[in-house]
Every structure is written in structure tokens, then in C-alpha cells.
Design a protein around this ligand. Structure first.
Ligand code: UD1
Length: 419
């Protein structure tokens, strides 16, 4: 096991490049199961979840040839239609293979993702939608067993705008007969990126990125090349890292429009924000002002930046309130931040954060991907050394984070740990 040790209170300064978006890469890779020869995907982030998805595709029989940030996948060789528990338990997004496998082969067996550190995360809406398209679904021994003899386009009204649910249904509908309409679809930019990839392969998807997506089914898809969009959550994480350290950080190769709510919140807290068409620079104020933030589905404030924002509020002037509306129980980082001297009280989905003049370094434990990022940021702001264990969570979604932080002037190192 390894741990990350950060010696805090060094202002981060300079430029860092955004990696490809993990949450766009995962459905794009899964969608290669819809068939159609060699698909070359570039700007792939080198993170554990992407490696897990490639492993899963390989297990199903696909040919996966990866060379650093690009991969060529051919699913013409697929033989197995089963995503096993051992893999799915390490990454919930494995459920993204369900829609494509079912649409192309008429059958799929995917382990139910089960519990997860950030609260209940059911997949009932994925399954209800697939049933609407004509699938028969049984839950047996912890597995989803789906069958269909040809999916048929239908209107699906999602009860809540689920991101991977929208993606699963959109992918399945590409090979369904007729027109599928997804209402109350999730509007995340990663869904639009997936639709662009699918359309380049000959699918007919319109409206992705809005709450109303229309998919005209086609009989097959063709091969293509595609570059994954930049990661808005990684971008936001480095901008907030600059803020908590009183620094000046620019993230290049990103899409500023995907971060509008974050940058307006950072301005509200006193930052100077400078944007070009493909970069964002944030200069921290002398003192960060307290803020209220509520997470919502896109275009609302992303739940995936909530922990990082909380780390910033811990050292702000005044009292902030964070309301987590997307995932119940996504406050596991609070008790660790408290160990670093933060003043936070949680009442249901609300956390009240009283800014303190200084956090102090401490040994802390990461509980999920974004919580780990929050702890890294707190460590960067804290006086003394912070040792963060269970950093494998971080590796699921951040490419070369220590290198990138060091490039900005952070004192951060990876060491062996006993936990
Ligand atoms: C995706 C992202 C994750 C992000 C989340 C919310 C990927 C791979 N992961 O996760 O990083 O934190 O969106 O922005 O893209 N729900 C149901 N039934 C369902 C599905 C979801 O009730 O069948 C509920 C969930 O419990 C949650 C809400 O819908 O309260 C949103 O979850 P969802 O959008 O599905 O999250 P993921 O797609 O798993």
C-alpha cells in the first residue's frame, strides 16, 4: 500500500493541462461493444477506471490495444456476454456494458454494482428503461440477466436524470428498431461527447446535452477515431487547489463553459478568473469569502466537486453551507477534515462549514474518489504534513496527480504505508 504525504501552505502557481474526461471515456469505451470494426479513442485519461473498463472489454473477448493515451478497440471478437462481480465491484460504471451488449447480442449478464461509499446508487432506472425498449430483465444471484429479441424504440420518461442510465439507454437505442425518446435525460457534457462519438460511427442521436434526446435506430455502426473531451472535474480540482493555497493556477486544454457555475462561485469568493476559449486561470484572493453551494445535476454545481469545495470553505472567512442534493451520504470526507481542524457540522444533506484560520496536517483516510481529492486539497492548505492513505481511490480518476501538483510547486510525495 502507498500513501501520499503533502507538506502544505505552498501557493500553487503555473499551468497544468486537463486530461481527457474519465466520465466521457468510460461510456465511449463501453459503446464500442455496439460493433463496427476498429475504434480508435485518443486523449484517454490514464486512470484506473479506464484500465478497468479496458480489462472488462478484454474479458468479454474484445481486442484492446492501448498505447499510452490512445486505444484501438475491436469488439468483433467478443465471445462472453458476462461482466463478473469481481470487476463490477471495483467500478460501478461497468454497468455501462449492459445496454450495448443487450442491443447487439440480445443478451447480457452484468453483476449488480451493489453498495458504494457514497450512499445508495441503484440502477433501477437503467433496467426500467431497457424493459421499455423490450428487454426481459431478471435479477438472479446478484446478477442482472437481460434478454431481448430485437429492441424497439419507445418513449422513456426518466424519474430522475441519471447520467450512466441516460448513457446506457442511449447506447441501447442506437441499434433498436425505430425511434427512442428519452425525456428528463441527464444533460452532462459527457453524454453529449458520447453522442458525438456514436454519431461519428453512423448512429442517429439528437438532443444529447439537453433533457430531451431522440435516437433513430440504425442497423449497424462503423469504425471511427475520436478524441475524448477534457475533464471538467479534474480542471475544477486544480483551480480549487490554486484557491486553497492562495495561488494562481491556469488549466489549459479545457472547456471553460463546462465550469461556469464553479467559476462564478470562485468569483463570488473573491477570486479573479481569466478565461480564454480553452483555458481558465484563477488567481486566489488574500482571504477566501464563505459561500453557499448546492449540488445539482448539470448544469448545476457538480457533486463531483463538492468535497474539493468543502476543503476550500474550511479555510474561508465566515460560514458556508453545502447542500448535497445528488447523493445521500456523500459527506464521508467530513470526519477526516475535522481531524485536520475543520469546523463542520452535518445535518442530513446539509453541511455547515465555519471557516478556520488554519488547518493542520494529520493522517487521514480516503473513502471515495472525490473525497480523496478533497483531502489532498485540505492537505495543500494545511500547516505541516498530511498523510493520506487508501489513495487507490484517487488513482481511479486523476491522471498523474502528484506530478501535476509538483509541477505547480506543491510538496507532495508517494510513500509506502502500512494501511
Ligand atoms: C455519474 C458519474 C459520477 C457522478 C454522478 C452524478 C460516471 C461514470 N459517473 O454517476 O461521477 O457523481 O453521475 O453527477 O459518469 N439513481 C436512481 N436510479 C438509477 C440511477 C440513479 O435512483 O437507476 C439516482 C442516484 O441514486 C442518484 C441520482 O440518481 O441519487 C444520480 O445518479 P447518477 O446520475 O445515476 O450517477 P451515476 O451515473 O452513477
Amino acid at each position: 500500500m502507498t500513501q501520499i504525504t503533502i507538506t502544505g501552505r505552498r501557493p500553487l502557481r503555473g499551468q497544468v493541462r486537463a486530461a481527457g474526461a474519465k466520465n466521457a471515456a468510460l461510456p465511449i469505451l463501453a459503446s464500442t461493444l455496439l460493433g463496427g470494426g476498429d475504434c480508435q479513442v485518443t486523449n484517454l485519461p490514464l486512470v484506473r477506471d479506464v484500465a478497468t473498463m479496458n480489462t472488462l472489454l478484454g474479458l468479454l473477448g474484445a481486442t484492446v490495444k492501448q498505447d499510452r493515451n490512445q486505444v484501438v478497440i475491436n469488439t468483433d471478437t467478443v465471445q462472453s456476454l458476462e461482466a463478473p462481480y469481481d470487476l463490477v465491484k471495483t467500478m460501478r460504471a461497468s454497468v455501462l456494458v449492459l445496454g450495448p451488449l443487450l442491443a447487439r447480442f440480445g443478451e447480457a449478464v452484468v453483476s449488480l454494482p451493489g453498495g458504494c461509499a457514497i450512499g445508495q446508487r441503484p440502477v433501477n432506472l437503467h433496467l426500467d428503461g431497457l424493459k421499455k425498449l423490450g428487454a426481459t430483465i431478471e435479477l438472479e444471484h446478484g446478477y442482472i440477466r437481460a434478454h431481448a429479441s430485437g429492441l424497439k424504440g419507445e418513449r422513456i420518461d426518466l424519474e430522475t436524470p441519471t447520467v450512466t442510465g441516460t448513457e446506457n439507454l442511449m447506447m441501447a437505442a442506437c441499434l433498436a428498431k425505430g425511434t427512442t425518446i428519452i425525456n428528463n435525460a441527464a444533460m452532462e457534457p459527457e453524454i453529449e461527447d458520447l453522442a458525438k462519438f456514436l454519431n461519428r460511427r453512423g448512429a442517429n442521436v439528437s438532443g444529447a446535452g439537453s433533457s430531451h434526446i431522440v435516437i433513430e435506430g440504425v442497423t449497424k455502426l462503423q469504425e471511427t477515431e475520436y478524441s475524448v473531451m477534457p475533464d471538467r472535474i479534474e480542471t475544477g480540482t486544480y483551480l480549487i487547489a490554486g484557491m486553497v493555497t492562495g495561488g494562481d493556477v491556469e488549466v489549459s486544454d479545457c472547456i471553460p463553459g463546462h465550469l461556469d457555475l464553479l467559476t462564478s462561485k470562485l468569483r463570488e469568493s473573491g477570486a479573479e478568473v481569466l478565461e480564454t476559449p480553452n483555458s481558465v486561470r484563477v488567481k486566489a484572493p488574500k482571504r477566501i469569502q464563505a459561500l453557499d453551494v448546492q449540488t445539482f445535476p448539470y448544469p448545476g454545481f457538480p457533486t463531483d466537486l463538492q468535497a474539493q469545495m468543502m476543503a476550500m470553505m474550511c479555510v474561508a472567512d465566515g460560514t458556508s453551507v453545502i447542500t448535497e442534493n445528488v447523493f445521500e451520504g456523500r459527506f464521508l470526507h467530513v470526519s477526516e477534515l475535522q481531524r485536520m481542524g475543520a469546523s463542520i457540522t452535518v445535518d442530513g444533506s446539509r453541511a455547515v462549514v465555519k471557516g478556520v484560520s488554519q488547518l493542520t496536517g494529520a493522517p487521514v483516510m480516503a473513502s471515495d474518489l472525490r473525497a480523496s481529492a478533497g483531502l489532498i486539497l485540505a492537505g495543500l492548505a494545511a500547516e505541516g504534513d498530511t498523510h493520506i492513505t487508501r489513495v487507490y481511490h484517487l488513482e481511479r480518476g486523476y491522471e498523474r496527480m502528484e506530478d501535476k501538483l509538483q509541477g505547480l510547486g506543491a510538496l507532495v510525495k508517494r510513500e509506502p504505508s502500512s494501511v
